[in-house]
Design a protein around this ligand. Structure first.
Ligand SMILES: [Fe+2]
Ligand SMILES: [Fe+2]
Length: 290
């Protein structure tokens, strides 16, 4: 069985539009038995996700989808958890796409298990010594210092390491995603759900392929020197997903996206791949599963 996997198509982003249409044509021409979209296909506007699904009408096999953090973005006052549980599921049903976060996909003794994944700041850079409250607010100290809305993270504290206000980035999930729970709670909930899906899959399939948008292993997290990028490593994913996945010997292949940088690591019999599409260069993987 030939599985095609791609991620981070970001069809809502103008500079991604042409490259996404081009890779959709390439994937349809290459063919395969299954197509897996590993997150960040679109964003707030779900009609763009519907258009994205339409681009793959030429692909003959079943299509599987897991969201990325960008599909969790909602209009102001919206509810990302409802988006995750209800809205994304119904868009998938409408287009005949299998929503992996609701349950595994099974075919020919193979299971595909998927999750958006999330982050619990465990991948944050210890060298930065930035206090946890900045990660929880998803703004770096320099950004908080310059913005009235975040001054409460600065005023009255004396725990900022020297130079930390040079970091001026913020992570847009802090503005666009509204989970109604902490990132740590959401990550825990997703790990529990992934465990249920892997338990089910391990009883029904000899081979399991895992597709998770956020990064499940520390080795796949880019290690940048630029301070702003070092700060955002906190939002790349969580090793708790990787530790769980490694408990299932039927899993030999894990694919993630999100980091926008191609990387592959071997952990025993397990191959973990960050697919590595960027905003302007889209790539896909071909996995032949016996
Ligand atoms: Fe992305
Ligand atoms: Fe992402």
């Amino acid at each position: 069985m030939r599985v095609i996997l791609t991620s981070d198509l970001h069809y809502d982003v103008p500079r991604s539009k042409g490259p996404t249409e081009e890779i959709a044509r390439k994937i349809a021409a290459a063919g395969g038995d299954l197509l897996v979209l590993v997150g960040d296909s679109a964003s707030i506007d779900l009609t763009v996700l519907e258009q994205l699904f339409g681009l793959f009408e030429g692909f003959r096999g079943p299509k599987l989808f897991t969201p990325g953090n960008h599909e969790m973005w909602v209009p102001k006052g919206g509810d990302s958890f409802r988006r995750y549980e209800v809205e994304l599921a119904s868009v998938c049903v409408k287009h005949g796409v299998h929503y992996l976060d609701a349950g595994p996909y099974y075919a020919n003794g193979v299971a595909v298990v998927g999750s958006v994944g999330w982050y619990d700041y465990s991948f944050r850079s210890p060298a930065l010594k930035v206090p946890l409250r900045f990660y929880e607010a998803k703004v770096a100290p320099g950004r908080a210092e310059a913005d009235e809305h975040y001054r409460h993270l600065i005023d009255g504290y004396d725990d900022l390491p020297p130079g930390s206000t040079d970091i001026i980035v913020r992570w847009m999930d802090g503005v666009r995603a509204n989970l109604g729970m902490s990132d740590v709670e959401f990550t825990g909930m997703l790990v529990d759900r992934l465990r249920q899906h892997l338990d089910d899959a391990s009883k029904r399939a000899e081979r399991i392929v895992v597709a998770i948008h956020h990064v499940p292993f520390a080795e796949l997290v880019p290690r940048p020197i630029v301070l702003n990028f070092a700060f955002v490593s906190a939002f790349m994913g969580s090793e708790s997903f990787g530790a769980l996945i490694e408990k299932y010997p039927q899993v030999r292949d894990v694919y993630c996206g999100h980091a926008h940088r191609r990387k592959q690591v071997q952990r025993g019999a397990l191959t973990a791949t960050c697919i590595g599409s960027t905003y302007t260069e889209k790539v896909f993987d071909v996995l032949d599963v016996e």
